[in-house]
Design a protein around this ligand. Structure first.
Ligand SMILES: Nc1ncnc2c1ncn2[C@@H]1O[C@H](COP(=O)(O)OP(=O)(O)OP(=O)(O)O)[C@@H](O)[C@H]1O
Length: 599
């Protein structure tokens, strides 16, 4: 991911802006309360000095006024605590939801899925996901730092009036603050460096604790190996960050020790002046109170400043990713695809390499997919079938060559609009754990509430019988993540995914990538045949193309065109009879071997 500037909006403004957008009222109250309350403590100290001097001078009027002032200020400070803390919690909770929405929007704005395949982008997103808490506490951290700054300013003014030389003391607070800032920057870098290992550790943890993987892990005895690898990755990530934490501890401790020395010197200085009779008892109490509070303030400020630095680091990361998404979206096409195909889709010299991979998944692909046709893509594992499908669906852009739809370069077409003209069922389909209506309806949200539409899609996906047997029909929740959910078998989930792909009316391109791989062979043949026939009628409205990849070559016979892919290249092209006529061709060889295996 190329670094980009974050000048457009500063990270502090962006972080506070998030809280203001999330809950303006709670944020304003938190800033006023946290920003002003510390000044009350300084005011109370000053009133104590007035009270002591008045007592020594037997000035009852001033003494009573000072006592009343102390009581009033203390009551106000204590009374506002509960309310302001409540508001700050509200602000943090609202900001946390706003951060989640921003993250989802950011990921949704990245065109296609190729950016999510880029390891660096994935790492940045992962780190940001972990740092969400710092972003949601950004308003809190900023208001605490504001309070500390206001209190320091008040303390400085009083010290300047009473004993100007003691103003040097707050200056000694500068090195610890700078050390904290530097420490945070170093920690941020270390977290970035450790992101790859941390991601691996999390992945292994997810595999090792997921119910889906439990069967294989038990039977294969992979558990101990997995645990060892997980521990190793976690330790590597942890070690990178811990080394920095120790280094930071040395520098921040040295800076704090410098401040502690200055603090002791200031105490001795004030006591010496009192012994000489050059300051009053009230002054001594005030100065000791202020000097002592400078030390408390320092440790609090360092802590608050540390929080703020963490917020700023997360905010910077969010801004960088948002700018990256903006640029990626700007680089994407704007053209509006037509609702009907006229000629079809053409690939000229198309090549593709996955982000972070040196190998070409596709190379020099020249292909014409006529409008209104049914196309089968066949080939061995890893040949490039899914890659071809993902390029046609606009999820990736070719790294060389071009794809044109009725003569318009797909790279210039708005990817979201092209996705609206496309329906798909992938071999790694999603198990959407909603109720049946919405799990299927997700294929076309505009029709999700239309039960007749959903039911038709279920029939075409071969899932009508399955749903009829569910306790609440269309309203049955699917999946085991919720108490009321019903789990389905792999093949049943695949039928739901097939139905989902039939929700969109008249797509220009319907792609099916191994859509029946989890379905038993007898049902597979029947289901895929009827599915493709029905699809042919649906896409006829848009003169669209139905393209399916299947290892079952018997179903390829349905196609008007069969594309045989071999190691990223088109090896053969034609209809079934034509391809069978080539005695040395890959297709005939695959077909005959498969027929013998199923015989
Ligand atoms: N996300 C990815 N990142 C890097 N390489 C990938 C990725 N996905 C696929 N590949 C590689 O691209 C090549 C083509 O993969 P593809 O999934 O298109 O094959 P396929 O013909 O669909 O295989 P299968 O029949 O097993 O589904 C393979 O060598 C594969 O390892």
């Amino acid at each position: 991911m190329t670094p980009v500037s974050t000048r457009r909006r500063g990270p502090l403004r962006a972080a506070v802006g998030l809280s203001l957008e999330a809950d303006r009222r709670a944020t304003c109250i938190t800033f006023v309360a946290f920003g002003l309350r510390p000044t009350v403590l300084v005011l109370v100290l000053y009133l104590v000095k007035v009270m002591v001097d008045a007592a020594v001078a037997h000035d009852t009027g001033t003494l009573n006024a000072a006592v009343a002032g102390i009581a009033l200020a203390s009551a106000m400070a204590v009374g506002s605590v509960t309310y302001s803390i409540e508001q700050s919690v509200r602000m943090i909770e609202a900001t946390a939801s706003a951060v989640d929405r921003r993250l989802m929007t950011l990921i949704g704005r990245l065109p296609g899925v190729e950016h999510l395949d880029d390891p660096e982008v994935r790492d940045q997103i992962e780190v940001l996901r972990q740092e969400r808490v710092h972003l949601s506490e950004g308003g809190d951290a900023a208001s605490l730092v504001l309070g500390a700054a206001v209190r320091a300013a008040f303390t400085g003014v009083i010290l300047a009036v009473v004993q100007p030389v003691l103003l040097l003391l707050p200056l000694l607070a500068v090195p610890p603050l700078l050390a904290t800032k530097r420490a945070q920057r170093r920690r941020d870098q270390a977290v970035g460096q450790a992101a790859g290992a941390a991601r691996l550790a999390r992945h292994l943890l997810a595999v090792g604790t997921s119910p889906a993987a439990a069967k294989e892990l038990r039977l294969s005895g992979l558990g101990p190996h997995l645990r060892a690898r997980q521990a190793e990755a976690a330790t590597t990530a942890d070690r990178t960050v811990t080394r920095t934490v120790w280094r930071n501890l040395v520098t921040t401790s040295a800076a704090s020790a410098l401040f502690a020395l200055g603090y002791c010197a200031a105490l001795l200085f004030v006591l010496h002046r009192f012994a000489q009779g050059r300051v009053s008892l009230g002054d001594v109490i005030l100065i000791l109170g202020l000097v002592t509070s400078v030390s408390t303030q320092l440790s609090q400020s360092v802590q608050f400043f540390g929080f703020l630095q963490q917020t700023l680091a997360a905010s910077r990361r969010l801004l960088r990713l948002e700018e990256y998404a903006d640029r990626a979206a700007q680089g994407a096409g704007e053209a509006v695809p037509a609702e009907r195909l006229v000629d079809g889709i053409r690939l000229d010299g198309v090549g593709f390499r996955y982000p972070g991979s040196d190998a070409r998944a596709l190379e020099g692909v020249d292909l014409v997919l006529p409008a209104g046709s049914v196309v089968a893509v066949v080939g061995a594992n890893g040949a490039g079938k899914s890659t071809l499908i993902k390029l046609l669906a606009g999820l990736y852009r070719p790294t060389s060559g071009r794809i044109t739809v009725d003569g318009v370069d797909l790279a210039t077409v708005h990817s979201d609009l092209w996705h609206l003209r496309t329906s798909a069922c992938f071999q790694d389909f999603s198990r959407l754990e909603f109720d049946v209506r919405h799990s299927v309806g997700a294929g076309s949200p505009a029709h999700a509430e239309d039960d007749a539409h959903v039911t038709r899609a279920l029939e075409q996906g071969g899932a009508a019988e399955l749903v009829a047997g569910l306790p609440a029909g269309l309203a049955t929740r699917l999946g085991t993540s919720f108490d009321d959910g019903v789990d389905l078998s792999g093949g049943e989930w695949q039928r739901v995914a097939l139905a989902r792909a039939r929700m969109r009316t008249a797509p220009c391109l319907l792609v099916l990538d191994e859509p029946t791989a989890a379905i038993d062979p007898l049902a597979e043949d029947v289901l895929l045949t009827s599915y493709v026939r029905a699809a042919r009628q649906t896409v006829a409205q848009s003169n669209g193309i139905t393209l399916f990849a299947s290892h079952r070559l018997s179903t390829a016979r349905l196609a008007d065109l069969i594309v045989v892919v071999d190691r990223g290249r088109i090896a053969q092209l034609g209809v079934h009879d034509h391809l069978m006529a080539d005695r040395n061709g890959i297709y005939r060889d695959l077909y005959e071997r498969q027929s013998r295996a199923y015989a």
